[in-house]
Write a protein of this length. Structure first.
Length: 171
């Protein structure tokens, strides 16, 4: 949507092993009303060079002006490499544990201000991971969503409650 701020959030895991964590690349729109709209997602096990290629593909496919990458562990190498390629990258710093980081996302979801596409096969996996969090085998999609919600909170402010005027509620 043209009236939205579009950005990418990346949770990096650098391994192709079957039990390894997933790398998650999510494209988000943040509306003027503070709604978070998940536009696209790439969730795969991949090596670091493949992460960079996948991020660049998403940037070009969705005309994204900047990305946020968790700058811990292997993510720092991805941040540095993408910056060398001229990509506008914001380092995302993990503060607190995963439960603390997920609070902004939980609040937004409960308030009905987070939207997932209805026509994508990967949404079922995302919703399952959310339902099982923090006890799921993997939480990479939740981590990426959490960073998106933190960014939205930081730059767009708290969610706004939409109220129906009492004079029009019964009309």
């Amino acid at each position: 949507a043209s009236d939205c701020a579009r950005f990418i959030v990346v949770d990096v895991a650098a391994s192709e092993r079957k039990q390894a964590d997933w790398t998650v690349i999510q494209v988000w729109d943040l509306s003027n009303q503070g709604d978070l709209i998940l536009v696209d997602q790439d969730r795969r096990r991949m090596q670091t060079p493949d992460v960079e290629s996948a991020v660049l593909e998403m940037i070009h496919r969705h005309s994204v002006p900047w990305i946020g990458v968790e700058a811990a562990g292997i993510g720092l190498a991805v941040v540095q490499s993408l910056r060398r390629r001229g990509v506008a990258v914001r380092s995302l710093r993990a503060s607190g544990d995963k439960l603390v980081r997920s609070q902004s996302a939980q609040i937004r979801i409960e308030a009905g201000t987070v939207y997932f596409p209805s026509d994508r096969s990967w949404v079922d996996e995302l919703e399952s991971e959310l339902a099982l969090f923090p006890h799921a085998a993997h939480d990479d999609q939740v981590d990426a969503l959490s960073y998106a919600a933190i960014w939205a909170q930081r730059y767009a402010g708290p969610i706004r409650v939409r109220r129906t005027s009492p004079s029009t509620a019964g009309d």
